[in-house]
Design a protein around this ligand. Structure first.
Ligand SMILES: [Zn+2]
Length: 140
């Protein structure tokens, strides 16, 4: 495959943060931010370390997009949630769930999901999304 488009290496360079849920921790003030930037948004320090976030988060709020434009049209409804994970607020798409099954306060976990396909280049992109942690019916 001949790669000419600049977006491909740009995507590839950033694949660590696409395929894993990686946040940055400031070595100066200790605060986390996501997605990782070049500098700490709280104190401006550039001494950052990347850490992988694992485990579960809590759904703090969500909103449902019933009418999506452009390439996302066929994917509606799209659910965007605010997830609190390790004290960090992450805005992410929710997956494997219907809007009426969601409730604020439920536990969710990150999963890798297919995002879209650039049919011109044959590239399938993946992204981290969140899904509810399933509980058995008897626990509900
Ligand atoms: Zn800082």
């Amino acid at each position: 495959m001949v790669v000419e488009d600049l977006s491909v290496p740009a995507f590839w360079r950033r694949r660590t943060s696409y395929y894993r849920l990686v946040a940055a921790r400031c070595k100066k003030c200790g605060k986390l931010h996501y997605p990782p930037g070049a500098a700490c948004p709280y104190c401006g320090s550039r001494e950052l370390e990347l850490i992988e976030l694992k485990g579960k988060g809590i759904l703090e709020s969500y909103s449902v997009i019933y009418s999506a434009p452009g390439e996302s049209r066929g994917r509606a409804p799209i659910i965007i949630g605010v997830i609190n994970m390790n004290g960090l607020r992450i805005v992410s798409e929710l997956t494997d769930v219907f809007p009426d099954e969601l409730k604020v306060g439920i536990e969710v976990e990150p999963v890798l999901r297919r995002m879209d396909e650039d049919s011109n280049k044959g590239i399938i992109r993946y992204a981290i999304k969140f899904r509810p942690i399933l509980v058995s019916k008897s626990e509900r």
